[in-house]
Design a protein around this ligand. Structure first.
Ligand code: PMV
Length: 337
């Protein structure tokens, strides 16, 4: 079906739909094990490479959509604060509203149960929960391709939060997201070490553009992507934690080399980040199976076996000065409540 025919078919179908009084949905963030850093297309916000992630269960973004009876405007509050700048959600809302064929006055309330914009993928879970709540509010059954597009307009990593477990987002196949393993198939723990709850110094969207334009390592970063993706899929399917850790840490270190070598240089890690990484390496030398990953922020995510999770958490708290560790395991897709 051509895009145009599909659009009109969708409108006809949507005309018959009712909307609910309110809709509440939740989604979880996802942490990339093979990361994307750099865009192909800044307008459509499309990543220049594929990525592999794991969805995280105890971190939650909740979005409520209801009718805004008090004004004609779209209203958005984040963690209880009304937002004047709607740029983070407007591309997604406009895309979905065009598909729906009308512009209603809606009120969007988003809340995270974890630090926002601090390198814990709150934009991914926030946008995925927004798209899910929108779908519920208008009683739609959006095709997955539309949900991926709507999510991507808000955050390049958000489409991966549409699925639970281990997820591949394939940039060579229209950013199709597929599940490599279901969460119950490989039960691991994720220790989220909060080294600082402050908002990041520069958004990932801005920083990755600087990297793409200025880092001398950006070309090599693009080149290694397909090999890292292949290896990560193989190790996940084989449930090989040390193998997955090797490729994931190499990928993470390379991304931070690209970020640091950008002009001007950008650094997301802090001293505590480095201490946690050092402790992870020591614990591995002592025979534990675990690895680290760090995104656009100073937090360290440790992926480990469930049976040794407590020993590892205690060691991190003892050997570093990390004030808070959040226990998590592998998460589910978004849900409407
Ligand atoms: O979701 P974005 O577009 O703001 O950027 C995500 C960037 C990383 O988290 C560092 C990597 C990734 O693949 O999630």
């Amino acid at each position: 079906m051509s895009d145009k025919v599909y659009y009109f078919e969708t409108l006809k179908f949507l005309d018959k739909r009712k909307k609910l009084k309110e809709a509440i949905s939740i989604a979880h963030p996802n942490f990339a094990l093979v990361k994307y850093w750099g865009k192909n297309d800044t307008e459509e916000n499309q990543p220049a490479m594929s990525s592999v992630s794991v969805t995280i269960d105890s971190l939650i973004s909740k979005t409520k959509i209801s009718e805004n009876s008090s004004s004609k405007d779209l209203k958005w509050s984040l963690n209880g604060r009304e937002q004047n700048d709607l740029n983070r959600i407007l591309p997604t809302i406009n895309y979905l509203s065009n598909l729906y064929g009308t512009k209603d006055n809606i009120q969007i309330e988003s809340n995270n149960n974890f630090p926002t914009a601090a390198g814990l993928a709150s934009s991914a879970s926030g946008i995925a929960s927004l798209v899910t709540a929108f779908e519920r509010y208008y009683d739609l059954q959006l095709p997955i391709e539309e949900k991926i597009k709507a999510c991507m307009l808000g955050s390049g990593s958000a489409p991966r939060s549409l699925l639970g477990g281990f997820v591949l987002m394939d940039h060579l196949d229209h950013f199709r997201c597929s599940q490599i393993l279901e969460r119950t198939e490989w039960q691991l723990n994720i220790l989220v070490c909060i080294t600082s709850a402050q908002e990041k110094i520069i958004s990932s969207r801005q920083a990755m553009e600087i990297s793409r334009k200025t880092s001398p390592h950006y070309g090599k970063w693009l080149d290694i992507n397909s090999s890292h993706i292949r290896q990560a899929i193989r190790f996940i399917k084989a449930k090989d934690l040390l193998g997955l850790g090797r490729v994931s840490e190499e990928n993470c270190d390379f991304m931070h080399k690209v970020i640091n070598s950008s002009v001007p240089s950008i650094t997301y890690k802090n001293r505590m980040t480095e201490m946690c990484i050092e402790t992870v390496k020591q614990l591995r030398e002592r025979g534990h199976q675990l690895f680290y990953t760090v995104d656009a922020g100073p937090q360290v995510k440790i992926i480990c076996e469930q049976k040794t999770s407590k020993i590892i958490k205690d060691a991190i708290l003892r050997q570093t000065i990390v004030p808070q560790i959040i226990d998590a395991s592998i998460g589910m897709p978004p849900q409407s409540l």
